[in-house]
Write a protein that binds this ligand. Structure first.
Ligand code: ATP
Ligand code: SF4
Ligand code: MG
Length: 340
């Protein structure tokens, strides 16, 4: 297996066997338990899964934003540099410049006492060493680029803007240095449906015009389906299925993906009964042996309760391949499950 992101010419970021745990050696919280993801330039890779799956922790690991109580293992390769072994100072030079992040709540990352223009300009001054005047000029262009009235918004304070406008400002700050990677953690969850699609259209423009690779974290499968090129489905800190968006949504190769899709409202399946996923996600301090999904899985067999299913290639009827972590992926392929 190729060991650096540089090995795949399109790969800009690669998570290799990433693990993150919190707390001491007694009973650690194992939030991420061996995640492999390749993010290609100018593509969107979505990370989906129920609450507590380890999506945000994985994203924060990339940016070195985890608290001191966290211990990371594996590698996070940005081109051929392992971010996990970089000194804090070197990571600060990359964070916000070459790898940027947009969060669910822009309020948490905007300073309420500072004008918006100065906040966007600050990123350019810190990373690119621009003078204040030049930084403000560029900030205005960035605000125009995210379809705000740059001249007006430059002078506004965050509380004068709507939620959608604040998220645009956050995106303007994030793309100020034309990052190669943008991590967007539930960037539209707090917004109404119309604004959601406008923000997605904006992120898509950023991807096309700047060639930025986007790691898109979301609970919203219909949104992911229309926006992502590739999808990783995370369950209890592990990837259980990884495929192109088209393949994943055309048929699941893992019972959890199948259940997740069946539990999602979809206008194309209006009138069909939604099947809630029975049970709940395991406690990260007490993940079951074998397959973590076994207690909730309608296909679980004795083997599943003792043997961890590796993430391995499985093949569709048309010969296309994806990765699934289920002992019985071949039996499931394109068959929909029903709760027993
Ligand atoms: N600072 C922390 N200390 C201890 N445990 C943590 C910490 N941060 C996250 N966790 C735990 O790690 C697990 C994964 O959390 P994470 O925030 O990544 O979930 P998520 O997939 O982003 O969920 P959501 O969809 O709700 O945002 C959870 O069990 C969470 O409680
Ligand atoms: S390995 Fe077993 S328990 Fe896990 S998803 Fe597959 S069938 Fe279900
Ligand atoms: Mg989260």
């Amino acid at each position: 297996m190729e060991s650096t992101a540089r090995g795949d010419p399109a790969a800009v970021l690669r998570l290799e066997a990433l693990t993150v745990s919190f707390g001491g050696s007694g009973s650690p919280i194992r939030a991420v338990r061996g995640v492999d993801i390749t993010l290609r330039a100018a593509s969107v890779h979505a990370l989906v899964g129920e609450s507590g799956a380890g999506k945000s922790v994985s994203a924060k690991a990339v940016l070195g934003l985890l608290p001191r109580s966290a211990t990371c293992g594996g590698r996070i390769l940005f081109h051929d540099t392992d971010l996990l072994s970089l000194p804090a100072r070197s990571l600060r030079a990359i964070r916000g410049k070459r790898i940027a992040m947009v969060f669910q709540q822009p309020d948490k990352h905007l300073n309420p006492t500072m004008r918006v223009g100065s906040q966007v300009a600050e990123v350019l001054r810190y990373h690119n060493g621009l003078e204040r005047r030049e930084a403000l000029l560029q900030a205005r262009s960035l605000l125009d680029m995210v379809e705000l009235n740059g001249r007006e918004v430059l002078r506004s304070f965050p509380h004068e803007l709507s939620g959608g406008m604040k998220q645009r400002v956050a995106i303007a700050s994030a793309i100020a240095c034309r990052p190669e990677v943008l991590i967007a953690d539930e960037p539209t969850t707090a917004l109404d449906v119309t604004i959601q699609s406008q923000i997605l259209a904006l992120l898509d423009r950023v991807r096309r015009e700047l060639g930025t690779a986007i790691l898109f974290i979301s609970h919203d499968l219909p949104l992911v389906r229309g926006f992502a090129d590739d999808v990783s489905v995370l369950y209890a800190g592990r990837i259980v299925e990884q495929a192109t968006s088209r393949e994943l949504f055309s048929c699941a190769h893992h019972p959890y993906t199948d259940r997740l899709i069946a539990a999602t409202p979809d206008p194309a399946r209006r009138g069909e009964r939604l099947a809630a996923i029975r049970g709940s996600v395991p406690d990260p301090q007490d993940v079951p042996a074998g397959c973590a999904f076994a207690p909730r899985c309608p296909m679980a067999a004795d083997r599943c309760r003792v043997e961890v299913p590796p993430l391995r290639l499985s093949e569709d009827a048309d010969g296309s391949q994806r990765r699934s972590a289920c002992h019985f992926a071949e039996q499931l392929i394109c068959g929909s499950l029903h709760d027993g």
